[in-house]
Ligand binder design. Structure first.
Ligand code: BES
Ligand code: MN
Ligand code: ZN
Length: 505
């Protein structure tokens, strides 16, 4: 086993993110370890490692397969005793499905699934031989998927429910792939952890503090606007939404200067409502229960910026998080209020639960001041988007088709499902107000994801802009084989790729 210089270091901001030591090995079967993970494909001969194992175990794998007891279907797995001695003690045979479908998403998901099937027992040393089943360009996704499988929502169990291995050797992967996969996996998990933390831990000021500490650690520029600065900057919309809370709002501006000096940046903007009670238009308990997740867009910004810094992506990027807690009190913003936003446009508040777009109005205005060449915003914005697309697909809305195609292309390459919704002009009148420029809800429930996007469009100027509504996929009610319930870290991988696709080298 050779040491990788890239092993994930304990992170001072998030000391408890899973960080096994990743190393490279060239000899999967000759490595003394607790578990070896090997892939099986439907329509292909045994991989080199599986064939060697078959021989070492006197033909167990081929016999199990011949007797129809071993499935190579995607997601199916079987744990068998290994040869032991100087080899693996246990072997996890992991079904991968059809060889022709083994793309990047399969690399990530099947590794995560395999990892999750093992973490309930204290196995200390693992070897993952899956790289031989996948293209070299996707080996980083194997490492990222392994880290993804190690993180879950049970972060406050007094007895840990998952055992993080000490060492994971990746057979046949390059150190570069391990390094890159570690950064990606850590960045997605960082976003997930921020979301999974309760709102009593993550509120605007504490979110901003974490962003600052993280920025210092990875070398990002970071500016935090507190309530005084927000008032000086005329961010009355952010202040209005945060007005009902004892926790004052914040705006975080992160800067990654990876590109040429003076080159205009691209912008990533996130909704950071650290808790959404609905405000005076209060949510019923069932609708409020998961609303710590309403800063999922801002968490995606943090995860992505973290990755861009650590990967040294050659592009100037700014990341903005609009942070407020939407609460009920004597100082809450009210129905019928009119807010003069930072941009000067006026909004009539007809429902305080449509607060995300209000926070974003000022946040987007700050972003476009930097004259970005393209801008993406991420927001757990509407239940209507979940009605339209279900809870696993993000909605895309845009003022610029080629910008939208670029985001959709990156999402497709990473295997994160997205679907575009239309932005016909006929929707514009549905957010017009009788007393102000626009109102913060549409007419009735119909087309609610789109009317929310139409509202936002008022604040993006001429910047090519893509709005990603992640209300569905950001937070999961129930677990799946490849991930725990709770925060998913959705769109971090997509945005990393989207930025890299626009970078110089
Ligand atoms: N944060 C919610 C949207 C949401 C719902 C996210 C479920 C994740 C899961 C948002 O602030 C909201 O309350 N939207 C309202 C808008 C309505 C009042 C126009 C909604 O979708 O009901
Ligand atoms: Mn709301
Ligand atoms: Zn909300």
């Amino acid at each position: 086993m050779s040491e990788s210089p890239s092993q994930s270091q304990p992170n001072s901001v998030l000391p408890q993110l899973p960080c096994p030591r990743f190393v490279v090995t060239e000899n999967a079967i000759g490595e003394k370890c607790d578990v070896l993970i090997v892939g099986l494909c439907d329509d292909a001969p045994l991989s080199a490692t599986a064939a060697a194992l078959d021989q070492a175990t006197g033909g167990v794998i081929s016999r199990l397969s011949d007797q129809g007891k071993l499935s190579s279907e995607s997601g199916e797995s079987m744990l068998i005793p290994g040869p032991g001695g100087d080899g693996p003690m246990l072997v996890l045979l992991m079904g991968l499905g059809e060889k022709s479908k083994l793309d990047r998403e399969a690399a990530f998901t099947s590794t995560s699934t395999a990892v999750r099937s093992l973490v309930s027992k204290p196995h200390e040393t693992w070897v993952i031989a899956l790289p031989e089943s996948f293209a070299a360009a996707d080996h980083d996704a194997i490492v990222a998927g392994a880290l993804y499988g190690l993180e879950g929502q049970a972060i406050y169990r007094t007895k840990p429910s998952t055992y993080v291995p000490q060492t994971i050797a990746i057979a046949g992967a390059s150190k570069a792939a391990i390094e890159r996969g570690t950064v990606i996996g850590d960045s997605v998990n960082l976003a997930r952890r921020l979301v999974n933390e309760p709102a009593s831990v993550i509120y605007p000021a504490s979110f901003a503090e974490r962003a600052e500490a993280l920025a210092a650690e990875v070398g990002l520029g970071c500016e935090v606007w507190d309530e005084t600065r927000l008032a000086e900057e005329n961010c009355r919309a952010i202040l209005a939404v945060g007005g009902g809370s004892d926790q004052p709002p914040r705006l975080v501006i992160l800067r990654h200067d990876g590109g040429a000096k003076g080159e205009p940046p691209i912008a990533i903007v996130g909704k950071g409502v650290t808790f959404d009670s609905g405000g005076l238009s209060i949510k019923p308990s069932d609708g409020m229960v998961d609303m710590k997740c309403d800063m999922g867009g801002a968490a995606t910004v943090i995860g992505t910026m973290h990755a861009l810094a650590k990967l040294g992506v050659k592009k100037n990027v700014i990341g903005l998080c609009g942070l407020a807690e939407n609460m009920v009190s004597g100082s809450s913003y009210k129905l019928g209020d009119v807010i003069v936003t930072r941009s000067g446009k006026t909004i009539e508040i007809l429902n305080t639960d449509a607060e995300g777009r209000v926070v974003l109005s000022d946040t987007l205005d700050v972003a476009i001041e930097q004259q970005p060449t393209a801008m993406v915003d991420l927001a757990t914005l509407t239940g209507a988007c979940m009605v339209a697309l279900g809870n696993e697909v993000a909605g895309l809305m845009t003022n610029n088709q080629s910008a939208c195609d670029a985001v959709a292309g990156a999402a497709h390459a990473e295997g994160e499902p997205v679907w575009q919704l239309p932005m016909f002009e006929l929707y514009d009148e549905k957010v017009k107000s009788k007393v102000a420029d626009i109102k913060n809800i549409g007419e009735g429930r119909w087309g609610g994801a789109i009317t929310a996007a139409k509202f936002l469009e008022n604040f993006v100027g001429d910047v090519p802009w893509v709005h990603i509504d992640i209300a569905g996929p950001a937070f999961a009610d129930s677990p799946k084989p490849h991930r725990d319930a709770g925060a998913t870290g959705v769109m971090v991988r997509t945005l990393i790729r989207w930025v890299e696709n626009q970078a110089g080298a």
